[in-house]
Design a protein around this ligand. Structure first.
Ligand SMILES: [Zn+2]
Length: 74
């Protein structure tokens, strides 16, 4: 039997990321109320609603400018 450890993945919800300039907004598809945002320039994190505080949330923001740059290179 192949034993794969998924616990790390199950512990954290993966957030959806959108940009409402100058804020980067993280929302969770599994927690309707969850919402936090980060200021693009200052890095300030504002938790508007922590949702279920027992659940870890992770989110990754990729700078669209970098995405565009890499896209045009390929
Ligand atoms: Zn969640």
């Amino acid at each position: 039997m192949l034993n794969i450890e998924f616990s790390a993945k199950e512990d954290a919800h993966t957030c959806e990321v959108s940009v409402e300039a100058p804020w980067i907004v993280f929302t969770c598809p599994q927690c309707q109320n969850y919402r936090r945002k980060m200021h693009q320039e200052t890095g300030e994190m504002v938790v508007e609603n922590p949702g279920d505080s027992q659940v870890k949330h992770q989110g990754m923001y990729i700078n669209p400018l970098i995405l565009e740059a890499s896209h045009s290179l390929s």
